[in-house]
Design a protein around this ligand. Structure first.
Ligand SMILES: *Cc1c(COP(=O)(O)O)cnc(C)c1O
Length: 453
């Protein structure tokens, strides 16, 4: 067995790897990873498990091809079937989100946001977005933090005023802020709603008029919640005033890693150009096929799936609250999406708690709380944890099952039980949930390792 890598990477002169041994090691590690996830509770809010059908599409030869440009306008040969799949993918996305234009080529959520920035802004423009501790994503971040909007597109990022009690954007304070920015010659060209911690719908409808008065475009980053939007269980930004919506295709949407941007038809031509040649050359065609399969699954099963997600996250939040976790947003019923955030400072810091839970095979992540920076905490050891239920819902769990998850988490975090003992019970509990639900075909276990060597 070759060395296991857990810390610093050796320098080039220290490396003397035997190629075949490393090759074998990679496959061993992959199989171990699959085994681990078979026995674990995957609660990372940005992750999901695609169906075996999506995984099959992703393994196809599409992944080895090029298809720059738009369907029917390629600058590559060999795209006869690729073009048809891309067209099916576009049409399914338009039907799913009930909108006239979809560009399914962005290769990630960040890439989709870059397409939106390219379409609606110029470097030096002002953009309004959530700060990271309030739930914003690094792709909306300021230049000084290396955020994509600031560092890559050169935008001047201003923050939406945020109300911690409500866990939402403060509407009145935002209206004042827009007016003040406009008076100072810095009116926002783009308002970027959405975020990575999004328990409650954002006030798109309430703020559309004022943004329109200032000729600001509105985009909604639905990276996390697109599956809920598609399933009719969250706000529908594109029909509340947003000019565009960006998303990842692998968070609540249970597809392959990727991105998408949707819009009214009037912005279509500009968005197409922003994507190619602006932000992608080739666009990962195997994932395109996987997206098409996932959109079809969502059209057929999305409503049921999204509604169970929201029921599960509320049940988990309530159960954790009753067991001593300080789940944020209590005043509003904790959550209306797939995720919850809890302040765990009573029991330790986010980093320590995350590790203990991981040792119990309960996989979730630490998270900054809206008031962490003021309290002197930072992203490495923040005061919170974030949990999402998309993946366990896809594995077939219902409300009573997530209450069991709350019990298992309580044993580790509140009662201080040895995580390794809890891990045994986690694995036992997981035995009943091995297949992906809400799919046309699911004849393989969710985390089955597929050999084709
Ligand atoms: C995850 C996320 C992204 C980035 O998506 P990737 O697909 O990982 O590039 C963008 N915006 C928000 C709000 C996110 O949570």
């Amino acid at each position: 067995m070759a060395k296991s890598y857990t810390g610093d990477s050796p320098t080039a002169s220290e490396i003397s790897l035997e190629p075949r041994q490393s090759y074998n090691q990679v496959f061993q590690l992959l199989e171990q990873h699959h085994q681990w996830f078979t026995n674990s509770l995957p609660l990372i809010a940005s992750e999901n498990i695609p169906s075996p059908a999506v995984r099959e599409a992703v393994l196809s030869d599409f992944g080895n091809r090029y298809a720059e440009g738009w369907t029917g306008e390629r600058v590559y040969a060999g795209c006869k079937y690729i073009d048809q799949v891309e067209q099916v993918c576009i049409d399914l996305a338009k039907q799913l989100f009930k909108i006239d234009f979809a560009d399914v080529r962005p290769i990630s959520g960040v890439c989709a946001n870059l397409v939106a920035y390219t379409t609606f802004t110029n470097p030096g423009d002002t953009m309004l977005a959530l700060a990271i501790p309030a739930g914003g994503h690094i792709s909306m971040g300021k230049k000084e933090f290396g955020g994509t909007a600031g560092a890559v597109r050169g935008l001047n990022v201003e923050y939406f005023p945020f109300d911690t009690e409500e866990m939402n954007i403060d509407i009145d304070a935002t209206e004042k802020k827009i007016q003040k920015l406009a008076q100072n010659g810095k009116k926002p060209t783009l308002a970027m709603f959405g975020g990575s911690v999004l328990p409650f719908p954002h006030p798109v409808r309430e703020l559309t008029t004022i943004f329109q008065q200032h000729d600001s475009k509105i985009c909604f980053d639905a990276a996390h919640v697109a599956g809920l939007v598609a399933g009719g269980q969250f706000q529908d930004p594109l029909h509340e005033g947003a000019d565009a919506m960006t998303a990842s295709t692998h968070k609540t949407l249970p597809g392959p890693q990727g991105g998408i941007i949707l819009s009214k038809a009037e912005n279509g031509e500009r968005i197409k150009k922003s994507t190619f040649p602006g932000n992608v050359s080739n666009h990962h065609l195997h994932h395109l096929a996987g997206k098409a399969i996932m959109f079809a699954e969502m059209l057929a099963f999305g409503r049921e799936y999204a509604s169970q997600i929201v029921k599960n996250s509320r049940a988990l939040a309530q159960a954790l609250h009753e067991r001593g976790f300080q789940v944020l947003g209590e005043k509003k019923g904790f959550t209306k999406s797939h995720l919850l955030v809890a302040d765990i400072t009573k029991y330790g810091d986010g980093k320590t708690i995350e590790k203990k839970l991981e040792d119990a095979n309960i996989i979730l992540n630490r998270n900054l709380l809206p008031y962490d920076i003021k309290a002197g905490r930072h992203f490495e050891a923040p005061g919170g944890i974030r949990a999402g239920v998309s993946e366990v819902t896809r594995l077939g769990m219902k409300e009573s099952d997530v209450v069991e998850i709350a019990d298992l988490m309580t044993r580790v975090v509140v009662k201080g039980e040895d995580p390794r003992r809890v891990a045994v019970d986690v694995a036992e509990f997981r035995k009943g949930f091995q297949r992906v639900q809400y799919a046309f075909e699911s004849s393989k276990d969710a985390y089955a390792y597929i050999h084709i060597r």
